[in-house]
Design a binder for this molecule. Structure first.
Ligand code: BES
Ligand code: MN
Ligand code: ZN
Length: 495
């Protein structure tokens, strides 16, 4: 999708579709200096006079002018001005894109006027994110139908606002949306396409495009590193595992890095502890954490964030076979701890254990992992927030704040020592499951054993990485969660 910012509203007058946000009680004509074509102004005036436009969040009215070119404006209610949030602007922009699709408009203009108390830069960033995420669709595996008119928006231009802040915010939002959409592409690709080596190739491609240092460890190198927990998970698959390291140098050479770790489980069948077949096809999205880290690294480089940031992705399948790890097997790990594998379906924590131990050796200022780790997190929080837990309360609250700002929210769960007892094993230093009670927490307690004294937090994204597409700017499939949250957290850390 083409993306642009237009400072002078007069330049938007040739637009075939212009989306305008209307807050409750606002004088639309007064607030849109120059954006509306004179022919449209009378049409909008008629709507205003009718009283039908109340600015409520459900309002959607398309008006037509009588100029030479077909000109339309869609007036979208966004509720009370003093209750506006960045997330409401993302949803507004998403609705504008859906209207454009319905009207088969390939080009959409969105006015940046009328956003009340939200700063111009954040407003532009939010609208750009919402529009950019909404316009994207996963189509790469279907034949293109040349005859039928496309229903996708090919170009979005944001118009007006405060020129300096609005253009900067638009650019930032476009970069972030592009990263989110990269994450969604990787999530939606099936397990036979998005293999561990495919994720590695994508990381290398991104690295070339935005100048990140990328190193890929193949299976022999993973063995040399001593990452036996990762190896125990990949044993059952013909696909070779990869360990992906992406590096952004935005600060001085010695400065302690921020480390992002993402679970890159490219298909989770459960292994020998095999999952039921109902819904198993969705387990292609078990690499969402890894996809999100690749995507966040892309945006962090493009935005030239002034921090050293390292992205780590352990990538593997989890398959049953004659060579697969069996329930009861005791394995070793990079950190030296032995693990009794009670259930081979609790594999995410195994590949993360080695990646976290590897990351801890970099002496990071902070380390954050994200993973579709447990079904229990869906029971706890549903699909509206990720769980966040860690060994550093300050870091946990930073992530909550970044989540609120980015619209990718997370909510804390405790990691008290008592939970660790559920992981006691008869045969090894710990076992990989903690029974039914507090399944998300015992998974977090397991990870905590591998980070040493590094400030660390874990995001369980099993309930948020995949969506039903009901949110205006989303579609059914990968949501990109927590790409926006990670970018926001790293940008805030960099100051
Ligand atoms: N990838 C799954 C978690 C998951 C479940 C992600 C549903 C998305 C939707 C993870 O590897 C897993 O299988 N976890 C088990 C752990 C259990 C065996 C302790 C689970 O949650 O059932
Ligand atoms: Mn599993
Ligand atoms: Zn899994």
């Amino acid at each position: 999708m083409e993306f642009g910012y237009i400072e002078d509203p007069l330049e938007a007058r040739g637009a075939s579709l212009l989306a305008v946000a209307v807050t409750e009680g606002a004088d639309v004509i007064e607030e849109m200096p120059g954006v509306l074509d004179p022919a449209l102004i009378s049409a909008v005036s008629a709507v205003v006079a009718s009283g039908d436009l109340k600015g409520k969040a459900s309002d959607e009215i398309v008006v037509y002018g009588q100029g030479e070119q077909p000109k339309r404006a869609v007036l979208l209610g966004v509720g009370k001005a003093d209750e506006l949030t960045p997330e409401k602007l993302r949803r507004f922009a998403g609705r504008a894109v859906r209207v454009a699709e319905r009207l088969r408009m390939e080009e959409l203009f969105i006015s940046l006027e009328g956003f009340g108390p939200i700063g111009a830069r954040i407003a532009a960033q939010s609208v750009a994110e919402g529009a950019g995420i909404a316009a994207w669709k996963f189509t790469e595996l279907q034949a293109k139908d040349e005859d039928s008119p496309t229903s996708l928006v090919g170009a979005v231009s944001l118009v007006g606002g405060a020129p300096v802040e609005s253009s900067a915010g638009s650019m930032e939002g476009a970069v972030i949306a592009r990263a989110v959409n990269l994450c969604r592409s990787l999530q939606d690709r099936p397990g036979n396409v998005a293999t561990p080596s495919h994720l590695a190739d994508e990381a290398l491609r991104v690295g070339r495009e935005v100048e990140l240092d990328v190193r890929i460890f193949d299976e022999a190198e993973i063995r040399e590193e001593g990452m036996h927990a990762l190896l125990s998970v990949t044993r059952g698959s013909k696909e070779e595992a990869r360990f992906i390291v992406m590096e952004h140098r935005g600060s001085t050479d010695g400065a302690a890095p921020l480390v992002l770790v993402g679970k890159g489980l490219t298909f989770d069948s459960g292994g020998i502890s095999i999952k039921p077949s109902q819904g198993m096809e969705e387990m292609k999205y078990d690499m969402s954490g890894g996809a999100s880290v690749i995507a966040a690294m892309q945006a962090i480089a493009e935005l030239e964030v002034r921090a050293n940031v390292v992205g780590l992705i352990p990538a593997s399948d989890n398959m049953p076979s004659g060579t697969a790890t069996k329930p009861g097997d005791v394995i070793s790990s990079l950190a030296g701890k032995t693990i009794e594998v009670i259930n081979t379906d609790a594999e995410g924590r195994l590949i993360l254990a080695d990646a976290l131990a590897w990351g801890a050796r970099l002496r990071p200022a902070a380390m954050v992992d994200c993973a579709t780790l447990t079904g229990s997190v869906i029971i706890a929080l549903g699909h509206h927030a990720a769980a966040v837990m860690g060994n550093d309360n300050g870091l946990v609250s930073e992530l909550r704040d970044a989540g609120d700002a980015s619209g990718e929210r997370c909510w804390p769960l405790p990691l008290w020592d008592e939970y660790r007892k559920q992981l006691d094993s008869n045969y090894a230093d710990l076992q990989n499951i903690g029974g039914r009670p507090a399944g998300s927490i015992t998974a977090g307690a397991f990870l905590k054993e591998f980070v040493g004294d590094v400030p660390w937090a874990h995001l369980d994204i099993a309930g948020t990485a995949w969506g039903d597409g009901k949110l205006s700017y989303q579609r059914k499939g990968g949501t990109g969660f927590p790409t926006r949250l990670l970018i926001e957290w790293v940008r805030r850390r960099a100051g």
